[in-house]
Ligand binder design. Structure first.
Ligand code: NAG
Ligand code: NAG
Ligand code: NAG
Length: 220
């Protein structure tokens, strides 16, 4: 059994080297170079392994973002904050909502993007949510004859917003509040489109000069 442990010559070349070493008593150059070359080769192999591993990792990461994850809708870093003024009723609240709409109300025409007149969906969606807000408070604060919204408008808006949310399928991640055991949505950082830029575009390509005040009668 002990015999099996001994090293045996692998090739005749090895024997030749041993012989030549035996004949020449001077230390061979290759004998000193060998560990050096092995060390260099080890470093090169390690470096190549590291580099290829890094590149593969990057490739995998890229593949993950493009095929197994969904791009965020825009490049803006925004953290939602609770803005109560948009949630309540009253003239001040209505003024804030009205200010979200550009002149032209988001109806646009563009030679390439929309040769026929179109409405940018975001303004329709905001209008719908505003309508639900007014309808809710009208019901909650009854009687309030000046704040009524037709039920059919609310019905349209609830389902329209459901489909809009599903269409947009916002994949931003909302942190869970441990105390709450859920998420409020507010306070989480997210990627967003730049709403100001969308509004600037809507103004540039608007088809009319109307404001929310001009169509107040049609809002219900
Ligand atoms: C634009 O409107 C015209 C006239 O209503 C219509 O014939 C045409 O199909 C529309 N084009 C598009 C792209 O919707
Ligand atoms: C959005 O775009 C506007 C106009 O280009 C710019 O002034 C503003 O800084 C941008 N907002 C953010 C959060 O980057
Ligand atoms: C809107 O107003 C601007 C400035 O007064 C005017 O140049 C433009 O023609 C108007 N656009 C429409 C669609 O009426």
């Amino acid at each position: 059994m002990v015999n099996r442990v001994k090293y045996e010559p692998v090739t005749t070349d090895d024997e030749d080297i041993q012989k030549s070493n035996h004949h020449d008593s001077r230390p061979s150059k290759t004998r000193y170079l060998a560990p050096f070359i092995i060390a260099i080769l080890t470093i090169v192999v390690a470096a190549l392994t590291g580099i290829s591993g890094f590149l593969w990792g990057r490739h995998f990461q890229k593949r993950l973002t493009t095929s197994e994850w969904f791009e965020f809708p825009g490049g803006e870093d925004i953290t939602f904050q609770y803005e109560k003024i948009f949630a309540v009723s009253g003239e001040e609240s209505q003024a804030q909502w009205d200010a979200l709409f550009p002149i032209g109300l988001g109806f646009v025409q563009h030679p390439m993007i929309s040769p026929n007149e179109s409405c940018l969906a975001v303004y329709h969606q905001l209008h719908c949510l505003d309508t639900i807000r007014r309808g809710y408070w009208a019901a909650a604060q009854r009687p309030s004859p000046d704040q009524t919204v037709a039920p059919r408008h609310i019905r349209h808006c609830i389902d329209y917003l459901r489909q809009s949310l599903m269409c947009h399928a916002d994949t931003n991640l909302e942190a869970i509040d441990a105390d709450l055991g859920g998420t409020r949505g507010h306070g989480s950082s997210r990627k967003c489109r730049n709403f100001s830029q969308v509004t600037e575009w809507a103004v540039t390509w608007r088809t009319n000069n109307e404001t929310v005040a001009d169509i107040a009668d049609l809002m219900n």
